[in-house]
Design a protein around this ligand. Structure first.
Ligand code: HSE
Length: 395
């Protein structure tokens, strides 16, 4: 019997219990007859109607002191007390599995190190890309490569909102409410809208890809709140979708990491990734580009990744990931990287200042065009003095 405790019985935690119960036969087969048993559920609420309602406790020490508990599943969300509980569980010699990107992005280096010291696992497949296998494939299957870049649509809520706005004419608030009702959004959806969730996820992927701790506080982060339907329509006319991306690249100057909306050309498969789907393109020096695609949020897709980690532990595979803490911030200034901008302006001088660019005129005296490639800081200087309606980076 593999006894587990689930900390936090919200959308993901209850999804984990559901997957374990629904798929108990096939899971048991994969574990040579062993069964996964939810021995405890830690939550402040009670769930009298639930089949596992009698497993609910508010006492974390009871879980910590029970030697039968092999895996602690942390699906609480937020940094505290999730971080402290994870740390104490690892120190007590228990494996920890989590979907909590906030904790992994900010405390992952320390928790991985504590896991190694205690000869247990700290696994977090569900923290990035919901149900998409990405952490383990990057760590194991792409191990032969030097990773050159990682680019992802990493937030289901914002991708869902952008898709509903452009394809169904839904307004922002209505689309957000729908995403919340489907269990996609964070407890505070500002973390989705402002790009914070995407930023945490690209930090996890960058740390994994480049072997150095990349912290959200060192990464430039923009969300989708300034993107309008007019931006999306004008971009569409030029052959682009607008997507909120996390992007990390290993450059000669250091690790370039950014979270921001980008125009993505229709010739790029990412442009067709819609609704709650996420996609991640990893470029390895041997393999080239690989794309991972699937549902990036939601109860069962996320639970699928959590349960896979539990199965891995039950199979006694030690798969801890290592990245080292560097005292110096390895993240370069995003303004020194080269980019192109999609610009909307009413200023006719743009045509003289950006010769050779293709301009798309609209009836109300507005132009949209895409700049040549240049350092972001230099492009911003070149655009100083223009009345720019909007300016979005092009992938
Ligand atoms: N709020 C997150 C999203 C949940 O929408 O992607 C999954 O991490």
């Amino acid at each position: 019997m593999i006894n587990i405790a689930i900390l936090g019985f919200g959308v993901v935690g209850s999804g984990v219990a559901e997957v374990i119960s629904e798929n108990s036969d096939s899971l048991s087969e994969k574990l040579s007859g062993e069964e996964i048993c939810v021995k405890y559920i830690l939550d402040k609420r009670s769930f009298p109607e639930h089949a596992l309602g009698n497993r609910v406790t508010m006492d974390f020490d009871m879980i910590l002191n029970d030697p039968e508990v092999i895996v602690v599943v942390e699906t609480m969300g937020g940094s505290h007390p999730a971080y402290e509980f994870s740390k104490r569980a690892l120190e007590a010699g228990k494996n920890v599995v989590t979907s909590n990107k906030e904790v992994v992005a900010n405390f992952g280096t320390e928790l991985l190190s504590i896991a190694r010291e205690n000869n247990v696992n700290y696994l977090f497949e569900a923290s990035v890309g919901g149900g998409i296998p990405i952490i383990r494939p990057m760590w194991q299957c792409l191990a032969a490569n030097k990773i050159e870049s990682v680019t992802g649509i990493l937030n289901g809520t914002t991708n869902f909102i952008l898709t509903k706005m452009i394809s169904e004419g839904m307004d922002f608030e209505e689309a957000l409410k729908l995403a919340q009702s489907l269990g996609y959004a964070e407890a505070n959806p500002a973390a989705d809208i402002e790009g914070i969730d995407t930023c945490r996820k690209i930090c996890i992927l960058a740390s994994l890809a480049f072997g150095k701790t990349v912290l959200p506080e060192n990464v430039h982060c923009e969300g989708i709140s300034d993107i309008t339907l007019e931006d999306m329509t004008a971009a569409e006319a030029l052959g682009y979708s607008i997507k909120l991306l996390g992007r990390a690249e290993n450059t000669d100057d250091g690790i370039y990491v950014i979270t921001a909306p980008f125009l993505v050309g229709y010739d790029n498969p990412m442009a067709g990734v819609n609704d709650v789907y996420n996609a991640i393109t990893v470029c390895g020096n041997a393999v080239g580009d690989i794309m991972f695609y699937g549902k990036g949020a939601g109860k069962l897709p996320t639970a699928s990744a959590v349960v896979a980690d539990i199965v891995d532990i039950a199979r006694e595979c030690k798969k801890n990931i290592i990245w080292s803490f560097s005292k110096d911030n390895p993240v370069t200034d995003y303004r020194s990287a080269k980019t192109r901008f999609f610009v909307r302006t009413e200023d006719p001088r743009a045509k003289e200042y950006f010769p050779g660019c293709v301009f798309c005129d609209s009836e109300n005296g507005e132009y949209a065009f895409i700049t040549d490639e240049d350092k972001e800081s230099r492009l911003s200087e070149r655009l100083t003095g223009f009345s720019v309606i909007s300016k979005i980076r092009v992938l």
